[in-house]
Every structure is written in structure tokens, then in C-alpha cells.
Ligand binder design. Sequence first.
Ligand code: KG4
Ligand code: ZN
Length: 348
Amino acid sequence: MTLILGIETSCDETAAAVVEDGQRILSNVVASQIDIHRRYGGVFPEVASRQHVLSITPVVEEAVVEARVSWNDLEAVAVTYGPGLAGSLLVGVNAAKGIALGCGLPLLGINHIEAHIYANWLPPLPPPQLWGGKRGGGEEPSIVFPVLCLVVSGGHTELILMSGHGQYQRLGGTLDDAAGEAFDKVGRLLGLDYPGGPAIEQAAQYGDPTAFDLPRAWLGDSYNFSFSGLKTAVLRVVKAHEGQLPVVDLAASFQIAVVDVLVEKAKRAAQEHHAEQILLAGGVAANKLLRQEMARRSDLPVLCPPIPLCTDNAAMVAGAAYFRYQVGYRSGWDLDVIPNLKLGSSRI
Ligand code: KG4
Ligand code: ZN
């Protein structure tokens, strides 16, 4: 039995978790700063890092207490060291170093994008939900490589082919805004609450997705994405409807425009690279339309993390760390934050 303490502070959630053998969550504590950043309509980096400083100790302590383990039971400390906001990442990395040194444990720096992907391995009970595709009938989902990962969050929109644990090939990504960022910016244009993703999803329930014919940036055969034109198109509609904005119709039309591009590109990438499954990850993977459309339009099984584990948390960090720990990966005490860390050609 391997117990790993995971720590996540890359953006605006201070999180700590204890996970057993990469799959059993013993505790998962997330202190969200959303209420603090709401007044700015987005994450204010300086405020975020100060808030992490205030929250990190109680959050880690709570994770250990809630897991009903002692510090001596832990086998390693894992922490997100990038990508993310430098000042925020530093708080988590330094806390992790202190704990690891103090307890005599190894330290593992984990890539945040990889951690999002490993949310699909959590937790076995109940198993990650399997949507549509070839499997079904109560059969437990298991991940079969190669898998095509669509990682969509506030900071990333990445298509990654994963051919084994720790083996990634980046096929494409966004050229401008990330999918979640587009949701957040359009949410602001529509006068909706922050963050825009869940607010747009909620408003869109009551809207007509065919009300506005918004642009889809296909970018030819590439696996890249662009959402800035779509955002500008929404702005144009907003300006044209001053005073009587059809918020729910616009939310629904925007949501389907994003989902169309994400689903079609992921589907084509999976086919062209002979993937066995498609795996969604990141905050935007919580979007029900994306989950449903991906499953409906793909012939392959589509796996999604449980909704609460799509957005930032530390269970996914400890989960990803387990698989790296097993093959001997360790970080040095000189581990530094890498705000623009990529995932794409690493092999462990
Ligand atoms: O993964 P995450 O917590 O943080 C980053 O790593 O960026 O993702 C946060 C992003 C935000 O942009 C938020 O608007 C979006 O995920 N999001 C959603 C939904 N829930 C969160 N977007 C669309 N639909 C949702 N239900
Ligand atoms: Zn994230």
C-alpha cells in the first residue's frame, strides 16, 4: 500500500489529498478562491499567491486528518510544479519540500496537465464513468493505450496522444484562448457569474443552440484550436443587441460552437492515431454537453473523470505521482516551478 500526499496550488485552488495506490482517495480537500477573485472577473495572481500562503497549512493538515493516517504512513509528497501561475506554484512547491524534508520522504514534481489526465484513474469505487461507445452493461472501465486525451481547462486546450504511463505526444493545442478561458470571457460579455463555464452551461439549458450561427475555427487539417474569433463574434452580437441581450440563446449557441470543434478534432485525432479510447480531462470536461456529444459522435469508448475531479484538485496530483513513483521517478531538492511547463515528449 502506497500512500501519497498530493499538493496543488497552480491557480486559484489550494488543494491537498491523500491517495492510496494511485486510485483510492482517502481525502481530497479543496479550498477554492473563487469568491475572492469573482470581484475581479478572473484570477488576480498576486491575490492568489497570498491566499495560498494563508490556506496551505490548514488544507494540508485537514487532508492528513481526514485521511485518518499519520505523517509516518505517507510514502511520498507530490506537488504540481507547472504549468500555472509562478507565485501560486511556489507556495505549493515550497510547502511540499518542507513536508518531504521534515518527514524524510521523497519529493515528486508533477505536471498539472498530466495530473488532469490521471483524474481518469480516480477513483475505482465508483469507477470513472464510461460514456457510450463499445463497452457498457456494468463492465468496469479500464484504460487501454493508446488513448487520445483532450485536456480542456482555463489555461489549456491540448490534444495529446498517450501511448503508456508517462508517454505523451502533443498533437496540437490552442493558438490563442484556452477553451475554459473562452467560456470565462464570454460569460463576462453575457453578464454572467464567474467562472463563466458553469454559468454558461446553466444558462444554455434554457437557450436555443441554433439561435446564432457562430463561427467554428477548423484551421484545416491541423489539431490546433482558436477561440478568439468566436469570442469576437459573440461580442458583435452583444453590441448589436444592447439593452435586450438574448443571454440564454447566445450562451447555448456559444457552447455548441465550442463543443463542435473540440469533439470533431478529438474524434479525428483519435481515428488518425489509432487510439483505443478518448479521454477527457480538465475543468471544461465537467461540461455535460461536451461529455454527451463526445460519447454520441465517437465510435470509441469515451472516459471522463467524475465531475468534481475535473476542476483543480490534489487527488489527481497524488494519482499521477503514484504511477511515476512506481517507476522510480523522484525530484531533487532544487525542484523549481516552471510556469510554462509543457507535456508532450516526456518518457519515464
Ligand atoms: O482545470 P481547471 O479547474 O483550472 C485550470 O487548470 O485552468 O479549469 C477551470 C476552467 C474555467 O475556465 C471554468 O470556466 C471551466 O474550467 N469550467 C467549465 C465548466 N466547469 C468549469 N467550462 C464549461 N462547462 C463547465 N461545466
Ligand atoms: Zn487545472
